[in-house]
Design a protein around this ligand. Sequence first.
Ligand SMILES: [Zn+2]
Ligand SMILES: [Zn+2]
Length: 402
Amino acid sequence: MRSDYLGHALTPRIGEFIALRRDLHQHPELAFEEHRTSALVTRKLKEWGYTVSTGLGGTGVVGTLRRGSSPRAIGLRADMDALPMTEAPGPAWASRHQGRMHACGHDGHTATLLAAARRIADGVDFDGTLHLIFQPAEEGAGGALRMIADGLFEQHPCDAVYALHNMPGTPAGHFVFRSGPTMASSDNVTLTLRGTGGHGAFPHRTSDCVVAASSIVMALQTIVSRNVDPQQTAVVTVGAFHAGQANNVIPDSARLELSVRALDPQVRVLLRQRIHDLVSMQAESFGVQAEVDWREGYSVLVNDPGETAFATRVAQDLFGPSRVTAQGDPLTASEDFAFMLEKVPGCYLFIGNGEAGTPGACSVHNPGYDFNDDLIEPASAFWAMLVATRLAPKPVSPPARD
Ligand SMILES: [Zn+2]
Ligand SMILES: [Zn+2]
């Protein structure tokens, strides 16, 4: 089985997909603006015999391949969007657009799924339906949710869904799996305080929002240390604190921006309750008004144990156990594939982008980051073997002997 996939006829053509990845890298497109990318994906999938539906989630694309008669169906998902940041000068294929960059490797995920599409169309025998889901707007805008709302799983029902993300700092091509909660929920919260401003010389005639907000920042630190079970993971980060203009003017308002994360839906509920309670009571104690604007972000990403064990075995069979971590650590980053996993069981996995000391170790969302093209070959082989195994034609039973 291993040699079938690793030595597949795609290998001599892998350069085509590296060129494609670099082309996507030069033309990054932001959330819901992936028009060029989705047109390219559509053209390629049609060329290779996929039935293509477009328009789901705006720029989303689904390529479908049916073989045999089995009702089984699975989905493989890649994200297509770039980030609003400027790439550091570097590779010949650097972004041609100021303020737009593929700094999370979604160019690589798209190129890898296209390489898998080609491998599968050319030479993978299976019985069932394969949906290749090319998703817009993973970076904060919730493209997965939009595709689901537009009827992704009604139009393309799946028994299981899978997705992968590159992982800088891990050896190139090393696979990392995790069963259960794997990435955090992420909520965005704005706290607005309103008090009575005044002259800095007469603080007793004001209700000082700077002091109240400072106290709230410190009080928020006690939620993780005193309210959350020490066995659980939670993050409350105050990433922005805006108040005042001059040293001798007490402002009448202050604004705090928070990022709130958890790896368990119950902990997420607890964080929300405690933040509301602490903020309102702290504000009251300082004589200022507080408003909490809670914007729900991505859900906790929970990998299905059965599908994760299956995908882990596929990687172990293909590459050997030494290239596979079966139960990696959870991450407090978030990922909107969580919404797909709330609808359909599946597995979100990682593939190393390069170990420390190599160019592939540069963190995602960094101006110097680049997807490691060496991953396209093993990652697309993994996708192909996963499809061949999950949708393997049922063996014909031998005739009964008398
Ligand atoms: Zn990212
Ligand atoms: Zn990403």
